[in-house]
Design a protein around this ligand. Structure first.
Ligand code: NAD
Length: 422
């Protein structure tokens, strides 16, 4: 019983999952064990205590994290998450996935991630701003356009990025736009960044549908999480004729086998704050992961597809909008069942790709049109998908193992050229 509990705990630890995914691919590549150890571990992990004066005059102290997993291919790059369950292990896993993601899509960044253990819905806007600024001030020695560049993640957004940009700039005594990406467009953000992760999911699903010969028009999708990634993925795929049959968020879920009207659902969610109660569908009580559909898009949090439900996934394609939604154990089950999983480090890499475009635009001070951004994004995503697919067919491995192999090889090739200092 105890052993079973320990196994489940291990299965649900994102860091353990990230490491097992890495090991599987590194072994196939026959990477030297010393080098493997070097690139598996995070370069630097920082924990900060963040005192904040609350509106009621009481002082509360929160815990914040920033992990730089790798700076081998360029500055550390990765989002900041505000969530009550954030832990160092989770941030380390997310930082490692960023390293592999940037390498898969071939942009010149390493990997990083940050987070604060807080439920931001329980803070006032003023408290949230003070917490964000304290976090940015405490980490301002790490952050910088050439060293470590944050972006939004779960429960952070353009406003939070603008506060970080401002805090960093005040310390630097000049406006530094390139210190964060995912900023508001008028403060130096990129057109198309808000939609970029969902648009990347669209490009990947299109490529998968061509490869598997599953036509998109008339296909049915179920989307878990209706925030930035889930809602935009649903909206863009619906334009390709995919029917949204089920959707969920943290407050509830609705379904309609005949199709949910995505535009009306977006209006409902933005006015009520949730998909729950949408009149165009019925409340969904079963797990959305097991819903009858062709394309499942987990776009919420980690550990949604596990050993406990992987054999009941009915989709042909799982497009991982979220980071780490499928555990390593569940992955083996899906592979055996020939479910085509587009892994997170490929599927949701559209966000960091347009973050890269944003950073380039900040560095050169010349801004692109939305069409230019979207066209370049498509080129990067289609190439990355095809690179991964080719390796997957060549080595007869699933898309996740192939994506890790591609990424690890790209990082190792740079280390071999640069060498290991002193
Ligand atoms: P978000 O905060 O905008 O949205 C998260 C959504 O998930 C919300 O609708 C929330 O209600 C829902 N959710 C939370 N817990 C849930 C649960 N238990 N069941 C169902 N729904 C639940 O966050 P986001 O930016 O859309 O990020 C979602 C995922 O995508 C995360 O894993 C994130 O790391 C990943 N991601 C985001 C980006 C980006 O550009 N924002 C890029 C790459 C990957």
């Amino acid at each position: 019983m105890q052993a079973e509990g320990a196994n489940i705990q291990k299965e649900l630890n994102p860091l353990a999952n990230a490491e097992m995914q890495f090991e599987q691919a590194a072994q196939l590549l026959k990477i030297d064990p010393g080098l493997r150890e070097m690139i598996k571990r995070p370069r630097r992990a920082t924990i900060v205590s963040l005192p904040v004066m609350m509106d009621d005059g009481k002082l509360r102290t929160f815990t914040g994290y920033r992990v730089q997993h790798s700076i081998i291919r360029g500055p550390a790059k990765g989002g900041i998450r505000y969530h009550q369950d954030v832990t160092l292990d989770e941030v380390e896993a997310l930082a490692a996935w960023m390293t592999w993601k940037c390498a898969v899509v071939d942009i010149p960044f390493g990997g990083g991630k940050g987070g604060i253990a807080v439920d931001p819905n329980k803070l006032s806007r003023g408290e949230l701003e003070r917490l964000t600024r304290r976090y940015a001030a405490d980490l301002s020695d790490l952050f910088g356009p050439e060293t470590d560049i944050p972006a939004p993640d779960v429960n952070t957004n353009e406003q939070v990025m603008a506060w970080i940009q401002d805090t960093y700039s005040m310390h630097a005594r000049r406006t530094v736009t390139g210190v964060v990406t995912g900023k508001p467009v008028i403060a130096g953000g990129s057109r198309g960044r808000r939609e970029a992760t969902g648009r990347g999911v669209l490009f990947c699903v299109r490529e998968a549908s061509k490869h598997l010969q599953v036509p998109l028009a008339g296909a049915r999708m179920a989307v878990q999480g209706f925030g930035n990634v889930g809602s935009i993925s649903a909206k863009l795929l619906a334009k390709d004729g995919v029917k949204l049959v089920a959707v969920s968020d943290v407050r509830g879920a609705v379904h309609n086998p005949a199709g949910l009207d995505v535009e009306r659902l977006l209006d409902h969610a933005s006015s009520t704050g949730s998909v729950a109660g949408f009149a165009g569908g019925k409340p969904l009580t079963e797990s959305i992961v097991e819903y009858d559909c062709d394309i499942l898009i987990p776009a919420a949090l980690e550990n949604q597809i596990t050993h406990a439900n992987a054999d009941r996934v009915r989709a042909k394609i799982v497009a991982e909008g979220a980071n780490g939604p499928t555990t390593h154990e569940a992955d083996q089950v899906l592979t055996e069942r020939k479910v085509f999983v587009i892994p997170d480090i490929l599927c949701n890499s559209g966000g960091v790709t347009v973050s890269y475009f944003e950073w380039v635009q900040n560095n050169i001070g010349f801004y692109w049109t939305e069409d230019e951004v979207n066209q370049r994004l498509e080129q990067y995503m289609v190439k990355a998908f095809q690179d991964v697919l080719r390796l997957s067919l060549e080595y007869r491995v699933n898309m996740r193992v192939a994506a890790f192999m591609l990424a690890i090889k790209r990082v190792v090739d740079v280390i071999q050229l640069r060498g290991v200092y002193a």
